[in-house]
Design a protein around this ligand. Structure first.
Ligand code: ZN
Length: 350
């Protein structure tokens, strides 16, 4: 594996991860790019005890370009990536969080305003525009994991960063703006609400570690979708989405950098199998969100257990689940598919 750090025309960092040691990344980004936008502002919601990032520049993002205009396909005039690559990571041109801090005024009320420092990166899983994560080779998935591990370690060390989140949004139904296979990484300047809630539950839990106890119970139960020596994929008992799968390493580690090389190598074969089963359910490409839950940099880090949460909003061949009144306004989920039935359908898929 070879790592090469370069910079784009506007100063953003671009990092190549290559399988071959002789990869050549001497090509230079010669575009005339506008100055980088300022970091969004963070506004505190005192009722929810949560931060909201307000990013006004993101309305002008590139929307669903064709392959010859795709900014993630390498080595053409409009590309973000000047030379061919195996995996490439670069700073998002339209970031929600960045260290490029502008002026921020207080807005009154009980809402404190502070700059949204942090970093947002784009991870290109392959240079093949028409591929998908499920079609990556095991070797390519391992390289993506190397990139996630590298970025998690590096971003966690930045001043003010409290949590690093690697994720993939896939499908127009989820709202992706670029069809090229890619994911994103957010380095947040706070602990996200869901992570805080899970870790607080783990702190209240009696017995062993909460996540490890859940995993041990699920491994014996009816909702397992697949497993191998190091990982198990299961539909959680209280799944919120019609098709939701959690993938856990058997050994409790805080984050991707803490995985052994054997654990990293055995993730791809199981995960891509689960993704293909998801696509096989209705014979149509499934929109999904794949979210790595990693330990925050400091908050209750010792209680965390790395896992991947994969879920789709498609509940039938031509029906999507929308987060409507109960879910959006109350945070109270209603799921139309029995989790045991979803697990059975996924096991029998393909
Ligand atoms: Zn592309």
């Amino acid at each position: 594996m070879k790592r090469t750090i370069t910079h784009l025309a506007d100063g953003r960092e671009l990092i190549y991860f290559d399988l071959r040691d002789d990869a050549d990344h001497s090509a230079v980004d010669t575009r005339d790019l506008p100055p980088r936008p300022y970091a969004s502002e963070l506004r505190y919601d005192p009722l929810m005890d949560e931060w909201v990032a307000v990013a006004r520049h993101r309305q002008t993002r590139t929307h669903l370009p064709s392959a010859d205009e795709c900014p993630l396909c390498p080595a053409h005039p409009g590309s973000e990536i000047p030379s061919p690559y195996d995996v490439a990571v670069f700073e998002n041109r339209f970031p929600s969080f960045s260290f490029n801090v502008g002026e921020y005024e207080q807005v009154g009320g009980l809402s404190e305003v502070r700059p949204g420092i942090g970093r947002c990166e784009v991870v290109c899983f392959t240079s093949d525009h028409d591929a998908s994560f499920s079609s990556l080779s095991d070797e390519q998935v391992e390289l993506v994991m190397e990139a996630w591990a590298d970025r998690t370690a590096e971003l966690s060390a930045l001043p003010g960063v409290e949590q690093v989140f690697c994720f993939e949004n896939r499908g127009e139904e989820i709202g992706i703006t670029l069809p090229h296979p890619h994911g994103q990484i957010y380095a947040y300047p706070y602990v996200t609400p869901r992570t805080r809630q899970m870790l607080d539950a783990a702190a209240r839990h009696r017995g062993g570690n909460l996540f490890a106890d859940v995993l041990a119970a699920e491994r014996r139960g009816p909702r397992v979708v697949g497993s191998n020596e190091h990982w198990t994929a299961f539909v959680p008992a209280a799944a919120r989405y019609p098709f939701e799968v959690h993938v856990y390493p058997h050994r409790r580690v805080p984050d991707i950098p803490a995985l052994s090389s054997e654990e990293r190598a055995s993730f791809g074969p199981l995960y891509t199998d689960v993704l293909r089963r998801l696509d096989g359910l209705f014979g149509v490409s499934m929109p999904y969100i794949a979210a790595w839950h990693q330990a925050p940099v400091t908050y209750r880090r010792d209680l965390a257990h790395l896992h991947l949460q994969l879920f789709s909003i498609r509940r039938a061949p031509n029906k999507l689940k929308y987060l409507a009144g109960s879910e959006s306004a109350m945070g109270a989920f209603v799921n139309d598919v029995l989790p045991e039935e979803a697990a059975r359908m996924l096991r029998e898929s393909r």
